[in-house]
Design a protein around this ligand. Structure first.
Ligand code: ADP
Ligand code: MG
Length: 366
């Protein structure tokens, strides 16, 4: 059962002087959602999160938590809590007092606030280290203390800014699983900022891909990966080839697409796209949906020149280029690759079925 409250951003804009950090962002995150704000450095993730927390003023628009407009409320009165990228623990306080700090500020008596702090430390499996100071804790342990400290206020929504960025790769995956478990256990929304698409896909119910202060796409990990809205999303999520070309003909249920090098192939007709013959369009094809070499399906007409081969274990990644297509990658299952190995310099036919062609829209940030 989900607890907490829905959070909604209504046409939110943030300007720093003349610079636009966040532009007209509208987003609804239902209660009980694990949501990741995903995008490259500087795209406005932290600013968006800080506006939700009340640590940053909003230039235009509103933020609503449940039935309350919280736009002008101070952080402590919003029902949100934030865990910072640097854990921001007080070095001179032990673990319990760090966790109990916000209750002390609220005037809660010592026995009650320490009891509540111990309860939070149990939740994050840190009660056995309650007397240590931050310097006596590992990075992963400090991270849990910071988490307990954010949760002690019983927030409706927990905001986390790159909470895994300081951890080594193995710990990252372990703590990631713990965060997800904790979110399910508490039932409130976690809103987690990350620049890692892998992290976002592993954790999220809802992935919000940002670029240049705008939302490019919001959806489940599967929607965002399989049906990227824009070329930016397809490239950022990875494992897609983005090809720019032109529509040459539109049939009843398919259309023909031509790349600048002259090769053409069929794609499903996208009636909602309103495309007309002659118009430029970008498409995406997943790198694991391309067939290489003899026996490839006819009707594609693109031949690639192998530029690089990387062995990735279960898969072999083959990089190619073709006339009018600068960069093209194909993931071949290991067994299939070694049944018909390729070398750099080989020319190979490329093919995919029309169903594997996904038509992209123009980016809102463009
Ligand atoms: P992200 O967290 O996605 O890396 P930020 O939200 O931190 O991005 O930043 C978004 C944009 O706003 C960037 O261009 C950044 O330089 C700018 N910015 C962030 N904070 C400030 C600030 N306090 N003053 C001026 N510009 C800022
Ligand atoms: Mg940031």
């Amino acid at each position: 059962m989900s607890k907490g409250a829905d959070i909604e951003l209504i046409d939110v804009t943030k300007r720093y002087g003349a610079a636009l950090a966040v532009e007209s962002v509208s987003l609804k995150i239902p209660a009980g959602t694990y949501c990741c704000l995903l995008g490259p450095s500087g795209c406005g993730k932290t600013t968006t999160l800080r506006m939700m927390a009340g640590h940053e003023s909003i230039t235009e628009g509103d933020i609503r938590l449940g039935n309350t407009v919280v736009t002008d409320l101070p952080p402590a009165r919003r029902g949100t809590a934030m865990m910072f990228q640097s854990y921001a623990l007080f070095p001179h306080l032990d673990t319990v007092d760090n966790v109990a700090f916000s209750l002390k500020m609220k005037g809660v008596d010592k026995a009650s606030r320490r009891a509540k702090a111990m309860e939070m430390l149990k939740l994050v499996h840190m009660d056995h280290l309650a007397e240590r100071r931050p310097a006596q804790l590992s990075g992963g342990q400090q991270q849990r203390v910071a988490l307990a400290r954010a949760l002690i206020t019983d927030p409706q929504v927990l905001l986390l800014d790159e909470p895994l960025s300081a951890l080594d790769p193995f710990l990252k995956i372990k703590v990631r699983q713990e965060l997800k478990k904790l979110q399910l256990q508490l039932g409130i929304s976690f809103i987690h900022v990350t620049h890692s698409q892998e992290e976002a896909m592993a954790l999220s119910d809802l992935v919000v891909v940002m670029n240049g202060g705008r939302i490019e796409q919001a959806g489940t990990p599967r929607e965002v990966f399989n049906r990227p809205a824009t070329a930016f999303v397809a490239r950022f999520m990875g494992d897609h080839n983005v090809i720019a070309g032109r529509v040459t003909a539109i049939g009843d249920d398919d259309m023909t697409f031509e790349v600048p090098g002259g090769a053409s192939f069929r794609a499903p007709r996208a009636p909602q796209s309103g495309l007309e013959p002659g118009e430029p369009v970008e498409i995406a094809v997943r790198t694991d949906r391309v067939t290489l070499g003899a026996g490839a399906m006819p009707g594609c007409g693109l031949t690639g020149l192998v530029q690089n081969i990387e062995y990735h274990g279960q898969k072999v990644q083959v990089a190619l280029n073709a006339p009018g297509v600068a960069e093209f990658a194909v993931q071949v299952p290991e067994t299939a690759f070694f049944a018909a190995p390729l070398s750099v310099g080989d020319a190979v036919p490329l093919a995919w079925t029309p169903q594997d062609v996904h038509i992209l829209k123009a980016s809102p940030a463009a």
